[in-house]
Design a protein around this ligand. Structure first.
Ligand code: ADP
Ligand code: MG
Length: 337
């Protein structure tokens, strides 16, 4: 018997790709806040995000007439046709996150655009709208996700311990804060403030807020504009290498990516300067013409493909190598506490 699946079942299946765990809820929702042009984003979690994830932003909000639509699958304000993907700059575009998250968790959203006198409070759980009402609230959006996987026990079992899930969330929010120095981030875990970034556009201030002074002191600034790639950021002195790649943090047009070609370009530029099995620390922001990259390779969008792999590799390799050859340290430490 061949059947067409119902909407909720489809959403739950899609949630398997988009919502791997609390950390992916954080990623998707904070990306939405960034896409909504927020200048301030607060993330609060309880019990590794398993109990509660709350994100408050001061972005553009969602108009009353569109609040329900936002929770539908393939509902997005970011693209209207396939061609738009060729020049995509927003972090989201698949219109899957809210529908997927709301199909496997209890979600409450309070949202108001600046030009509307009141906001909307909507509750959705297991893919069903429970209620929707007008409320007084500040401009922007607050979204609360409670009891993730409450209706998919098999997936609930596969979540890590609170500590394990917290580590993954910390990693994600750190990357997001690094990717947007012009946005102020506050990260609160079980009522403890983990970090606050100033949101003044200065990447070194973000690094100081999310890492420690030792990391910062071992970084070399790198900046260069080449044909295919514009590089801006920091790379570590070779002596400050780590045992794995998790501190090789790279962004393309503000989006966190993990790309083999980029890792190779960076690591080969360090060759001979690094002992075997050691990896550099870096926070590199790369600007590449969006028309020459494909971001729609995987639902989580951390994969990218380049039309011109050779140029991208060569330019990053040369950029990093030049910075290392000069071995210029950050001239003056401006440390704020
Ligand atoms: P996508 O981000 O791929 O468009 P989502 O399911 O994540 O899909 O979000 C659906 C739509 O809801 C977005 O396109 C946007 O219009 C709206 N939206 C979601 N979160 C926010 C937010 N924090 N502020 C304003 N609008 C939002
Ligand atoms: Mg989104």
């Amino acid at each position: 018997m061949i059947r067409v699946l119902d909407e909720l079942t489809i959403n739950k299946i899609a949630a398997g790709e988009v919502v791997e765990g609390p950390f992916s809820v954080v990623k998707e929702l904070v990306e939405n806040s960034i896409d909504a042009k927020s200048t301030s984003i607060v993330l609060e979690i309880k019990e590794g995000g398993k109990k509660l994830i709350r994100i408050t932003d001061n972005g553009i909000g969602i108009p009353e007439s569109q609040v329900e639509t936002a929770f539908l699958r393939h509902a997005t304000s970011k693209i209207t046709q396939l061609e738009d993907l060729e020049s995509i700059l927003s972090l989201g575009f698949r219109g899957e996150a809210l529908a997927s998250i709301a199909s496997v968790a209890q979600v409450e959203m309070i949202t108001r655009p600046a030009d509307q006198p009141h906001g909307i409070n909507i509750e959705v759980a297991g893919g069903k709208i429970l209620h929707k009402k007008q409320v007084g609230c500040p401009t922007g959006t607050t979204i609360m996700v409670k009891n993730i996987f409450f209706n998919t026990p098999a997936r609930m079992k596969f979540m890590k311990s609170t500590g394990g899930e917290t580590t993954k969330i910390s990693e994600i929010i750190t990357r997001l804060a690094l990717s947007k120095p012009d946005v102020s981030f506050k990260y609160i875990n079980n009522n403890n403030i983990m970090f606050t970034t100033p949101g003044n556009g200065d990447l070194s201030q973000v690094i100081l807020s999310v890492f420690d002074r030792t990391t910062f002191k071992n970084l070399i600034p790198i900046r260069g504009e080449m044909e295919a790639v514009k590089i801006d950021g920091f790379i570590s002195q070779p002596s400050y290498a780590r045992g794995n790649r998790s501190y090789e943090i790279t962004f393309i047009n503000g989006r966190f990516v993990k790309n083999k070609l980029i890792f190779q370009a960076i690591e080969n530029a360090y060759k001979e300067r690094l002992p075997i099995n050691k990896y550099p620390v870096c926070m590199l922001s790369l600007e590449i013409d969006p028309k020459t990259i494909d971001v729609n390779v995987h639902p989580t969008k951390t994969e990218v493909k380049f039309h011109n792999e050779d140029a991208v590799y060569q330019e990053i390799y040369r950029g990093v190598k030049t910075a290392l050859d000069k071995r210029m340290l950050i001239p003056k430490l401006e440390i704020k506490t």
